[in-house]
Design a protein around this ligand. Sequence first.
Ligand code: CDP
Length: 794
Amino acid sequence: HGRGHAHNHAAGDTDRPVGFGRLQRKEDPRFVRGQGNYTDDVVLPGMLHGAILRSPVAHARIVSIDVSEALARPGVRAVLTGKDLEPLKLAWIPTLSYDVQAVLATDKVRFQGQEVAFVIADDRYAARDALESIDVEYDILPPLVDARHALDADAPLIRDDLEGRTDNHIQDWECGDKAATDAVFAKAEVVVTQEVVYPRVHPAPMETCGAVADFNPVSGDLTLYETSQAPHAHRTVIAMVSGIPEHKIHLISPDIGGGFGNKVGIYPGYVLAIVGSIVTGHPVKWMEDRSENLMSTSFARDYIMQGEIAATRDGKLLGLRADVLADHGAFNGVAQPTKFPAGFFNLFPGSYTWEAVHGKVTSVYTNKAPGGVAYACSFRVTEAVYFVERMIDRLAIELDMDPAELRLKNFIPASAFPYDNKAGFEYDSGEYEKTMRHAMKLIGYDELRREQQEKRTRGELMGIGISFFTEGVGAGPRKHMDILGLGMADGAELRIHPTGKAVVRISVQTQGQAHETTFAQIVAEEIGIPPEDIEVVHGDTDRTPFGLGTYGSRSTPVSGAAVALVTRKVRDKARLIAAAMLETRPEDLEWEKGRWFVKGDPSAGKTIQEIALAAHGTMQLPDGVDGNLDAEVTYDPPNLTYPYGAYFCVTDIDKDTGKVTVRRFLAVDDCGTRINPMVIEGQVHGGLTDGIGMALMEIIEFDSDGNNLGGSFMDYLIPTAMEVPDWETGFTVTPSPHHPIGAKGIGESATVGSPAAIVNSVIDALRPLGVTAMDMPCTPARVWDAMQGHAKAP
Ligand code: CDP
């Protein structure tokens, strides 16, 4: 993602040799030389291959499945159906939201692409070919495609497998204060109503999901290579589900070709690879293809949001209401902490002060693939940000006010932090006005408005869109946040070898974010060992401490904190050893990067390398000090961190075709202390490209029979270098007060923040034609419709 020639307004970022700074990525040499090791690269002796037969229809009762012909084909070793899994209690598995999901359908199929049978054969081709010989008789049922009709009295009942179920309702959730919000609306001078739809999209990582399972019937050990963003949590859940003891499971997540939330869940294919290995006595590999990934393996978003905003005539924000209908598909597999059934939608008040807010989310089943994964965002933060930033612009149109001015007038002031957002979340720090003004200056906002005025007189369509977002990233704390009961905390272990080289073991899993580089930089910053002397180990349950993994930009806020603290623990221990070496008291020593020295006598000191050797050597160590320079910690974050940013998008629309061109895009991000500005820019470029995809082209739609219309890259369009501008970036630094190094997450800011800026820009371009709203994706056809006054949105 992202092109090479981006402008960076970030001059002034430090370029320090040790610790923080623009260090090149340690992992890149192996990737650019073709030495990456992905799950599909794993080849084990005697390995067999699995393929999944999927339902061609969205809703049907299974009358019969005949696998005899498939079994008779050359190279086929076994064919599994739901009936074979029932005695193993593996026909159904728990989802991340305490629902159950079918591994292989036994009674009904509930979405197009659902898993029906699993063929294991000598090679991938034999397995695929045999799928066509399986004869399934379906009794077709009416499908429920439109979530807006899910609760109708005559809607087909999807989850008749659940005891006592009579409708498709999953859950209602609320936040804020309804009565106070009603009162605010009653007195407001201006009230604007707007529907805002965040359509179903897909993370579509370059590498699809897959697993290689190797069960040893003699030792009872299961080795599982898996595309997993959360190896430890997966191992625990697989132990619980399969009955294989946890200490007998070794889960390895090798290199991952992009996760974006797609690799958080436990998919039927993983379970089938395990069962396949147990049944055949051979290692079994399962890798899904692109269409399987797009059709079956977890969608994102699908939120239909009714918004109402109340304000004074001169633009003081008063109240905000959100009433959301959430389409969760056929199984409630939404990824979120247990107490947060609407994820972090609590962030919907955004970056502004309100007298009162009220949010409500109702989730329903439909005959679509399950998911609701946090696609490059902290659970439902993206939906919340998109909602509020569209609503603010809608109000600006109503008030005929500049959208930048409206935002500036209502920002939470820097003095008000920590800030209770009235929807249950406490923002840690922010200087919103400063960041906004910095961005306006960098993009030349006033000049752009003048250019737009001039173009409008010539009938040209130019738009300027703004999004000012606040994210909450870095889940826990563990007492509030968990996945299936596992508290959100992360471990770190640091060992300094006798020669002063180090290895740090972490529980998060990089999927391209450069953890092998940046986590070494945190250790380097804290203890003065150069980053190239520090190995980062991750993605292997036998070699790393327990922790909840990487999603929701939690690596730096949680694991990064763990790494800083474990390094400080080692530094404290080094102080005791250095004092013994220098025959002085620990209190008399002072730290400078890389060494302890005697206060007032800088020449008397010991480097961390000298101390490491002494720790493992022959000297008499002080009482209570073990003969090593190692430590471990588990970090339980006290709160989320709240990164934010000011994004500006300039679009031009072709009057004759409706085609939108993003001419300029400026992202000014504040992620607190910046570890590696180059990595941060890379994260932002990728996220902005994702944002262009969602705003302009990506959508998974269904026809009235429930056929998925986005099941390949011919239909589900993702952006390429052709559609993206040269990104412009900038930054401000407002450290998190509760994070050991003041860092907030950055991995997902751009995906979260950018779609609203782009769509607001398109609407702004179309303002002279009377357009006030439009839903994503702003494809040429939709924009053309809007230009003709036919837009679906009011
Ligand atoms: O959890 P995930 O790695 O996806 O997201 P993150 O914690 O935001 O980190 C993404 C990458 O940016 C990591 O390599 C971080 O170390 C780096 N980063 C940084 O250099 N400075 C920050 N303040 C935040 C992240």
